[in-house]
Structures are given as structure tokens and as C-alpha cells.
Design a protein around this ligand. Structure first.
Ligand SMILES: Nc1ncnc2c1ncn2[C@@H]1O[C@H](COP(=O)(O)OP(=O)(O)OP(=O)(O)O)[C@@H](O)[C@H]1O
Length: 245
């Protein structure tokens, strides 16, 4: 099931925040969206999730405008993790994760157990969500997305609150999701993570798309200079690169 944006422009607070962006995303791969603060990354992800109406252009799911897709199909296809890890309902962790099955209207026990295992949340399952650390809460909210087994995982900075070991664990899991055919789109600030782990990188700057392609091309030193105004150099081998600034 394909997902993409075509000539997409977005307005927020009366201001154009994304201008004429076109991307076709590929199932079975990890795409990282990167760019400076305010570049429009979260806005693009919100639009891909069907949560922000285009000002012009459109988002397509399975070759059809997202606005014209049935709500249930969208809810099953698109699993969105917002940037801030707010939990509105103070229920037990396993109950919260089970909410990810709502679009399927089933108990989905196996999928819930897989999500709990993937994010190593076994010890927290009975705990009220209000009694978790920031990183634990972020993992629970991501587990809720995974429990829904969406065709597309759209996650806004899913690694930001996680420690090193849990970052690695999550990246490994997202790669496994992609290997099984799910599309993974993640907003990242850590360019080395994008360079080393994404199949493709989309670089936004000031609401426009300035690079889109394999990490080594899209995150070239000249693109980094153009987007962030920083002189950076990549060191190390492919798959284990570090950015020196
Ligand atoms: N709810 C909102 N109302 C009005 N303007 C907004 C709103 N949310 C974001 N914006 C503006 O839209 C632009 C793009 O914001 P967005 O959150 O998409 O950027 P971002 O690339 O995700 O940034 P960051 O790296 O800081 O998270 C910014 O100029 C921001 O100030």
C-alpha cells in the first residue's frame, strides 16, 4: 500500500509551513525525515497521517486521495506517534497498548504481546501509565502504535527520549517491521542515526524539500551546510558513520 504527498502545501496559524512537497514513500523501507527546527517535519508527518488538511496538493494512500479514503481504512493503515509523549488516560500500560487494536475491533492479543515484547515492556504491563518515566512512556505509546499493526508506522522523533540500548532495540525492531513489508517513516534529529539506519532520507528546510534519496546523497556535507548552516564531516565506515562538527 503506497503513501505519498503530491505538491503538498500546508498552512498552520495562517502561515505557510510546507510548500509544494512531493514524496512517494516505499513500503518495506525506513524513510527518515530530517531538517532544522521549524522546517516542517512534524507538519509533513501529520499530513501523511491524515491529521492536517492540505492547503494545496494532496496526500495519497494506495493511489487514492487520503481525504477520500474510508476512515476505517485510514485508521488501520496509518499508525501515528506524535512528538510529545502525552498520555490522556491514566490506565494500566497493557490497557493503553490494547487501544492500538481499536481500528480492528478485535482483541488482537498476539499483536499486543508482540508489541510489549518488542519494546521490552513486560515489567510495566500492570503499572498505571502516569507512573512511568518519560522514556518508558514513549515506549508504551509506540507499543500502542505497533499493536495496531499498521501498514505505515509514522513516528515523530520516536528515539528522542530513549536511552542508547532502547534506541538500538527500537531501530532493530523498525528494521524488522520494514523487512516484513511495513512502511516506516520517522522524524529524526540525529543525522548519524539517519545516515546509518535509514534506507532513504528526506531533508526539509524552511518548508521546502531540499534533498531526497539514499542517506549518503541526501545527507552530503553540502546539504548539511545548506540546511543547517553547519560545516560537518562524515567519518567512519558505511553503516557506522559519525558526523564531526
Ligand atoms: N499548532 C501550530 N500553530 C501554528 N503554527 C505552528 C503550529 N505547529 C507548528 N507551527 C509552525 O509550523 C512550522 C513548522 O513546524 P513543525 O513542527 O512542522 O517543524 P519541525 O520541523 O517538526 O520542527 P522541530 O524540529 O522544532 O520539531 C514552524 O514555523 C512552527 O512554528
Amino acid at each position: 500500500m503506497t503513501l505519498g504527498a503530491q505538491d503538498l502545501s500546508l498552512d498552520r496559524g495562517g502561515k505557510r509551513v510546507l510548500c509544494d512537497v512531493s514524496v512517494r514513500l516505499n513500503p518495506g523501507t525506513i524513510t527518515a525525515i530530517v531538517g532544522p527546527n521549524g522546517a516542517g517535519k512534524s507538519s509533513l508527518l501529520l499530513a501523511l497521517a491524515g491529521l492536517l488538511e492540505p492547503a494545496t496538493g494532496r496526500v495519497n494512500l494506495d493511489g487514492r486521495g487520503l481525504q477520500d479514503s474510508p476512515a476505517r481504512k485510514k485508521a488501520r493503515a496509518l499508525g501515528y506517534l506524535p512528538q510529545s509523549a502525552e498520555i490522556a488516560w491514566d490506565v494500566a500500560v497493557e490497557t493503553l497498548i490494547a487501544l492500538g487494536r481499536l481500528p480492528h475491533r478485535d482483541r488482537g492479543t498476539a499483536a499486543i504481546e508482540r508489541a510489549i515484547a518488542a519494546l521490552e515492556l513486560q515489567e510495566f504491563r500492570k503499572r498505571p501509565a502516569s507512573r512511568l518515566s518519560g522514556g518508558e512512556r514513549a515506549r508504551v505509546l509506540l507499543a500502542r502504535v505497533l499493536a495496531g499493526e499498521p501498514q505505515w508506522i509514522l513516528a515523530d522523533e520516536p528515539l528522542a527520549a530513549l536511552d542508547l540500548a532502547h534506541q538500538l532495540n527500537l531501530i532493530t525492531h523498525l528494521k524488522a517491521c520494514a523487512a516484513q513489508g511495513q512502511g516506516v517513516v520517522i522524524v529524526l534529529h540525529d543525522l548519524a542515526l539517519a545516515m546509518n539506519h535509514a534506507d532513504r532520507v528526506v531533508v526539509l528546510s524552511k518548508g521546502g524539500l531540499i534533498a531526497d534519496g539514499p542517506p549518503a546523497d541526501a545527507l552530503s556535507e553540502s546539504v548539511i551546510k545548506q540546511a543547517w548552516g553547519v560545516n560537518g564531516s562524515w567519518i567512519g565506515e558505511q553503516g557506522a558513520r559519525a558526523l564531526v562538527i
